[in-house]
Design a protein around this ligand. Structure first.
Ligand SMILES: Nc1ncnc2c1ncn2[C@@H]1O[C@H](COP(=O)(O)OP(=O)(O)O)[C@@H](O)[C@H]1O
Ligand SMILES: [Mg+2]
Length: 425
């Protein structure tokens, strides 16, 4: 793809795996000329690998070659079929997992005590059911599958590399940290600069806003020129920073490409020596190179997705916190007597709301409700009438004292039984 970044007049030329920046003025007619050059670097390695393979093929006996072709076909078809099955199984499992996760979180939230709903904002609770489970499933679906896939791939490829040639595999292993760490460091440098550019741009915007807002002052001091100059100065700062940023970006891209290339050349050189010494066959060297390329890709992908897997673990912790949360109200009992009379007693009850622990709403209240009799609770607003009703419904538990129904503690009754009967209270 070819994309123009209008900010600094750069052209980004990207192929599937490598990004080059070609620092060219946007209006230059020869802007596309270096494109083939950029691409030649990409094409060279597979081309020469192919040439080497050609050479082996002409040397080899035809039946052995045909057998190898057949084996390759069988393995490719086999791996395509298993990949299809794996994908299908993985995706359906993940979809089922997502649905079940959402309903589990929802059910465990519904189980919580009323105080929990009062203390947490509805938006927070809802986002646990929706966005957090979404993020978690998404990460599991995408990143975890990639992580597992590339991890296994990496282990297998490395095993094959070791099997082909231990010294070559060790050579590649020693070089790998440089290939990934150096671009990471230059990448960090680039990101810092990119942030500085953003900040400096924000400062320039601030100057513009300040001047527009204080337009009367600017006008009365006839300071339009000064304002324009101070804005221009800020813009110049931004421009200088973005120049640096562009260089850092190119260096970052080039180091990773160059180091990758250096490793391949190194392997070719060292491997070539091993071939001339007769320690490794030429075919094994070609295979090794192909494996090494896939192995580098696997390591690159693993390094890239590891942070998002960690992020997913973060959001999964929040989800599990809700699933594992025990309601702060004692579990209901199983009592469900057929002959319930409905005699309710509040015995020396003291109560404060969970989110206001230190202010007692009820202090040693005792009260009796006789079945078949109308009892009126009378008192000024905020005196605790609704609170008493909430305690009778067992939305809360008193800190001190007892709430009795037919001389049995309210919590001994079954949850469904209590609330079906409670409607008649
Ligand atoms: N959910 C709650 N969380 C914290 N405090 C509450 C809550 N509901 C009521 N209160 C407080 O408890 C006291 C009693 O309220 P309430 O029982 O609603 O009074 P009434 O129904 O008699 O007007 C008041 O001071 C009120 O502010
Ligand atoms: Mg009330």
């Amino acid at each position: 793809c070819l994309a123009k970044s209008s900010m600094n007049g750069f052209y980004l030329v990207s192929s599937s795996s490598v990004l080059f920046t070609c620092p060219l003025p946007a209006k230059h007619p020869g802007v596309l000329r270096p494109l083939p050059l950029c691409l030649v670097g990409e094409m060279a390695i597979p081309y020469y690998t192919g040439r080497v393979t050609d050479w082996i093929v002409t040397e080899a006996r035809t039946p052995a070659f045909q057998k190898a072709l057949w084996m390759m076909t069988v393995f490719t078809v086999g791996s395509a079929v298993t990949e299809f099955v794996c994908d299908y199984l993985y995706n359906t499992t993940m979809n089922r997992f997502h649905t079940r996760l959402q309903s589990t979180v929802f059910a465990s939230i519904l189980r919580q005590e009323i105080g929990f709903f009062r203390a947490s904002r509805t938006g927070d609770i809802t986002s646990r059911v929706t966005s957090d489970t979404d993020a978690m499933s998404e990460a599991l679906n995408h990143d975890l599958s990639l992580l597992m896939w590339y991890l296994m791939r990496g282990v297998f490829l490395y095993g094959m590399m070791l099997w082909l040639s231990v010294p070559l595999a060790l050579f590649a292993t020693v070089a790998l940290p440089f290939i990934f760490l150096v671009p990471k460091l230059t990448g960090k440098f680039y990101q810092n600069l990119a942030q500085e550019v953003q900040e400096s741009l924000a400062k320039a915007n601030e100057v513009a806003v300040e001047n527009f807002e204080a337009i009367l002052t600017v006008r009365s001091f006839a300071n339009e020129g000064g304002a324009a100059r101070s804005y221009e100065e800020k813009l110049q700062e931004t421009y200088k920073l973005s120049e640096k940023e562009a260089v850092a970006y190119a260096v970052n891209m080039w180091t990773s490409t160059l180091l990758g290339l250096a490793l391949k050349v190194g392997i070719l050189y060292y491997g070539g020596r091993l071939v001339t010494l007769g320690q490794v066959s030429s075919g094994a060297l070609v295979t090794f190179l192909l494996y090494e390329m896939q192995f580098s890709t696997a390591v690159k992908v693993l390094l890239r997705i590891y942070p998002s897997v960690q992020k997913a673990i973060g959001s999964s912790e929040k989800v599990f916190e809700y699933i594992d949360r025990m309601p702060k109200i004692s579990p209901s009992g199983t009592l469900a007597p057929q002959d319930l009379k409905g005699h309710m007693v509040l015995k020396d009850v003291s109560f404060s709301y969970p989110d206001r622990d230190n202010s007692l709403v009820l202090k040693g209240v005792s009260l009796e409700l006789h079945p078949g009799k109308v009892t009126a609770l009378v008192g000024p607003s905020g005196s605790g009438k609704s609170t008493i009703v909430a305690l009778l419904e067992r939305f809360y538990e008193p800190q001190k004292g007892q709430v009795l129904l037919d001389s049995r503690n309210l919590q001994e009754y079954g949850h469904h039984f209590l609330h079906q009967k409670g409607k008649g209270l």
